[in-house]
Design a binder for this molecule. Structure first.
Ligand code: ZN
Length: 90
């Protein structure tokens, strides 16, 4: 039987969750589901604010280099790089 959460791995015989999801479930019971989700989104999704802060320092040089190479292309695609997901739970 497939894992109830990720539906990719097989779960154990006496549980609905695979070992990986069992660890996630454990973290949820310790920190709370909202907190776990918040951390995952912060690390994996990267909110817009943090992305902009990063662009302001080390990535700025990288970005300018990149834009210099694609300067002949259309600039419309610049806006699409920023994710609009805002995982705030207040
Ligand atoms: Zn799983």
């Amino acid at each position: 039987m497939y894992c109830y959460l990720c539906t990719e791995k097989y779960a154990g015989l006496f549980t609905a969750l695979c070992p990986s999801c069992h660890k996630i479930r454990h973290l949820q019971s310790v920190y709370g589901a909202d907190r776990v989700l918040e951390v995952l989104q912060r690390v994996l999704v990267r909110p817009v604010e943090k992305q902009q802060i990063k662009e302001n320092d080390e990535l700025k040089i990288e970005k300018e280099k990149l834009e210099a190479t694609i300067v002949t292309r259309s600039s419309n695609k610049k806006e699409n790089k920023h994710l609009t997901i805002t995982p705030h739970h207040h």
